[in-house]
Ligand binder design. Structure first.
Ligand SMILES: Nc1ncnc2c1ncn2[C@@H]1O[C@H](COP(=O)(O)OP(=O)(O)OP(=O)(O)O)[C@@H](O)[C@H]1O
Ligand SMILES: [Mg+2]
Length: 263
């Protein structure tokens, strides 16, 4: 069971120009095997929220539990995939994936089995001995995904994992993540700037406001489980898109004005 429960969470940072409240009063839940996307204007606190759930940043007040246990630091049940290319250039694909299992002290024969399983799962079969420099950006993000999946985490947090990729690759990898999720019992929280991506992938979308980062809208994605690209032209998809877009539009303008005012 890997439910994420966020309870009255506040995260404030002390900076030279004063205290920045990045996240404030957030109480939300992602049920076990749920898939939620988080959208919001730049700088609103999305990465901060993910970092707290991952145990990488401390809450100022409030709490986060995963599978009923309070998060107090990094935890093997919580996997993270970041936006930037995090592959190790001097290691092959296999070595990159296996490295995480070595650190986690997984038994040797199990390391081998899980490494191959994760590489197959993300569609990198045949590239096991390649180095990251021989791969495309999309393939490198697959290596990062495989590395996280090999750890068999109950929760996967993804912070704009496909932001640096072209639209086609992005669509393709998104569909792959959704497929992998449907075949697993993982709980996913996915940060993206792309409203269509959020709708296509998830069961629910959270819209975050500009500082202080609060969840101002929660939209259930009432689309069929089988989703192909043609769904983007459906009326229901458009309705969801419009609702998220208008929530975001107001927030982005507010954020932009605040940033201008502060400059
Ligand atoms: N370690 C830190 N110290 C001080 N301020 C921080 C720190 N981390 C984040 N912040 C501030 O908290 C706010 C939220 O940042 P965060 O990175 O969570 O935004 P974001 O929604 O992920 O933005 P983007 O969409 O651009 O990635 C920003 O104002 C940022 O400057
Ligand atoms: Mg961010």
């Amino acid at each position: 069971m890997s439910e994420i429960r966020i309870d009255d969470l506040k995260v404030a940072f002390d900076t030279p120009s004063g205290t920045v409240v990045a996240v404030d009063g957030v109480s939300q839940r992602v049920e076990t095997n749920g898939f939620v996307s988080l959208v919001g204007p730049s700088g609103c606190g999305k990465s901060t929220l993910l970092a707290v759930i991952a145990g990488l940043t401390k809450a100022t007040s409030g709490s986060v539990t995963v599978g009923g246990n309070e998060v107090t630091g990094p935890n093997r049940n919580i996997g993270v995939v970041f936006q930037e290319d995090s592959t190790l250039p001097w290691r092959t694909v296999t070595e990159n994936v296996r490295f995480a299992l070595q650190i986690a002290r997984v038994e040797r024969s199990e390391q081998k089995r899980r490494t191959q399983e994760a590489i197959d799962l993300v569609g990198l079969k045949g590239f096991e001995e390649s180095y990251p420099s021989m791969l495309s950006g999309g393939m490198r993000q697959r290596v990062a995904l495989a590395r996280t999946l090999a750890l068999h985490p109950g929760v996967v947090l993804m912070d704009e994992p496909f932001a640096a990729l072209d639209q086609q690759t992005r669509l393709f990898l998104g569909a792959e993540v959704r497929d992998i999720w449907r075949r697993s019992n993982q709980t996913i929280l996915f940060v993206t700037h792309d409203i269509s991506e959020a709708i296509l992938l998830s069961q629910q979308v959270w819209v975050m406001s500009y500082r202080p980062g609060q969840i101002i809208d929660v939209i259930d994605v009432d689309l069929p489980d089988e989703r192909d690209a043609s769904i983007v032209s459906s009326q229901r998809f458009n309705g969801l898109h419009n609702r998220i877009w208008s929530s975001l539009q107001e927030e982005s303008m507010r954020g932009f004005r605040q940033q201008e005012g502060a400059a």
